[in-house]
Design a binder for this molecule. Structure first.
Ligand code: NAD
Length: 490
């Protein structure tokens, strides 16, 4: 029997509608209400989607379209995302629990990704190499074919546009599997692409679970490349599966980023920067600055100021403009975060601020957690090494540059790092010594659509954004034209 409520998803020219036991329910983390019900994809849908995407790719209509025409369609997607900005931001807020202003920024970013990759699509130039004989040679970028894009729940439409826009710009067909926690924005993106005129089959969205639909996609012989954003252990499983099939992967994974404050830093700016680096998105950010290192001479004063600042952070409903920190994504995730605070206590840590569930009755129905500051743990403690993905900061003192570089790099992760200092020569030295894909100096969490983003070590493989983001979805073919005056000799 078909479910009357579940939103269907599209497979080519058809719609898949859920029967009653096939619905995926998205819960609003702010109050536990139902944010949406969508049809849950199955392994059979993976088969169908890959067939449809392969056929659409083989028709060559999209990849052979002139780049300016392909760009025209991507521009139209960008325009439509902009036109629907407010309703999309609200939907994302209900799906993910992030404050409305953060969701609004993410929808705007999604629109900019399509505009940016439209421009790159139109202006990208292939390479001609200077001849060294009677031939003319060039290297051209070609799409892989069917690309599987798998995304997490923490920035749905932005992470999805960051993959879909360049993958389509490069001429691929894309199958997008959003997180089962936040499936609605990807379906909206597919609708907008379709309404903008994207030919059927070039973008399919499969709202299913990772273990079932995600794994089946990565294993499917028709999928020629996988682009994944999510946790490191999931990324490892995907890399192993892709390795067996010898297909390329782009992996944007987890982090445990060091945030360093030297004694010569601008004190007030550093306090605010550290707080925004951890409490933004309630710590549910891959680049959250989760390990605070403060030079010993100012450690006590700095941590006191940070604790005072932390007590002013307004935890509240995502649609309240005054809210600085919304809820966590789910009850299970909040339990995990609370479990890490309990672990910190067992490991000998002192909780200086927060550490529990807010008491305000207005927040009782949601998955809120207090902004939390912990000290007294060594860098090798599990709380200092494992990604918590919540508003939990650990504070550690350091003596000098060598000490902090060694401690900051003593982690399996390498996604991002930040530092506050008045000495730019030192900033440069330390930035070069840190093992991280992004380093921020006297700022934190800045991003730029054209600046490469990705991780060192267990934080990822490959780079998104900018030209790197387009190259990720292209393979290079070299073509030689002979210009021989005489027959070739043996
Ligand atoms: P997750 O790894 O649990 O899930 C991510 C996606 O992978 C989901 O769509 C999920 O359904 C799917 N998945 C799960 N198991 C799978 C499998 N075996 N095969 C294929 N797909 C599978 O991550 P999450 O909890 O949704 O997101 C939080 C994580 O994402 C954090 O670790 C965070 O650091 C990371 N993240 C990284 C970046 C980055 O750019 N580096 C950005 C955002 C989030």
């Amino acid at each position: 029997m078909e479910s009357a409520h579940a939103r269907p998803f599209r497979l080519g020219d058809d719609w898949r509608r859920a029967s009653d036991d096939e619905a995926l329910v998205s819960i609003d983390p702010a109050d536990g209400s139902v944010a949406g019900v969508v049809t849950r994809a199955s392994v059979a849908d993976v088969e169908a989607a890959v067939d449809i995407a392969s056929a659409a790719f083989r028709r060559r209509a999209w990849r052979d379209l002139r780049p300016d025409q392909r760009a025209g369609l991507l521009h139209e997607v960008s325009r439509r995302l902009g036109a629907e900005h407010d309703s999309l931001a609200r939907l994302q807020m209900r799906d993910s629990g992030k404050p409305l202003k953060e969701c609004a920024n993410m929808v705007a970013s999604a629109s900019y990704f399509f505009r940016y990759y439209a421009s790159l699509c139109e202006t990208w130039q292939d390479e001609v190499t200077s001849p060294r004989g009677p031939y003319f040679s060039m290297s051209v970028a070609e799409p892989y074919g069917v690309v599987a894009a798998i995304t997490p729940w923490n920035s749905p439409i932005m992470a999805e546009a960051q993959k879909v826009a360049p993958a389509l710009a490069a001429g691929n067909a894309v199958i997008l599997k959003p997180s089962e926690e936040t499936p609605q924005l990807a379906l909206e993106l597919e609708r907008i692409c379709r309404e903008a005129g994207l030919p059927a089959g070039l973008l399919s969205v499969l709202p299913g679970t990772g273990e079932e639909v995600g794994a089946a996609l990565v294993d499917h012989p028709g999928v020629r490349m996988v682009s994944f954003t999510g946790g490191t252990e999931t990324g490892r499983a995907i890399a192993i599966a892709a390795g067996r099939r010898l297909i390329p992967v782009g992996l944007e994974l987890g982090g445990k980023s060091p945030h360093i404050v030297f004694e010569d830093a601008d004190f007030e700016k550093a306090v605010a920067g550290v707080a925004s680096g951890i409490y933004g998105s309630a710590g549910q950010s891959c680049v959250a600055g989760t390990r605070l290192f403060v030079q010993r001479s100012i450690y006590q004063r700095f941590v006191e100021a940070l604790v005072a600042f932390t007590r002013t952070v307004r935890v509240g409903a995502p649609d309240d403009p005054a809210t600085q920190m919304g809820p966590l994504i789910s009850r299970a995730h909040r339990d995990k975060v609370a479990g890490y605070v309990a672990l910190a206590r067992q490991e000998g840590g002192r909780i200086l601020a927060g550490g529990g569930i807010p008491e305000a009755p207005a927040l009782a129905a949601g998955w809120y957690f207090e902004p939390t500051v912990i000290e007294g743990l060594p860098n090798h403690a599990r709380t200092c090494q494992e990604e918590i993905f919540g508003p939990v900061l650990v504070c550690l003192p350091f003596d000098d540059e060598d000490d902090v570089i060694a401690q900051a790099n003593d982690t399996v992760y390498g996604l991002a790092a930040g530092m506050w200092t008045g000495d730019y020569a030192r900033a440069w030295r330390v930035a070069r010594a840190l093992e991280a894909g992004s380093v921020w100096i006297n700022t934190y969490k800045q991003s730029h659509i054209a600046t490469a983003f990705g991780g060192f070590k267990a934080s990822g493989i490959g780079r998104e954004k900018g030209f790197h983001g387009l190259r990720l979805y292209s393979q290079v073919k070299s073509v030689f034209f002979g210009m021989h005056d005489a027959p070739m000799s043996l």
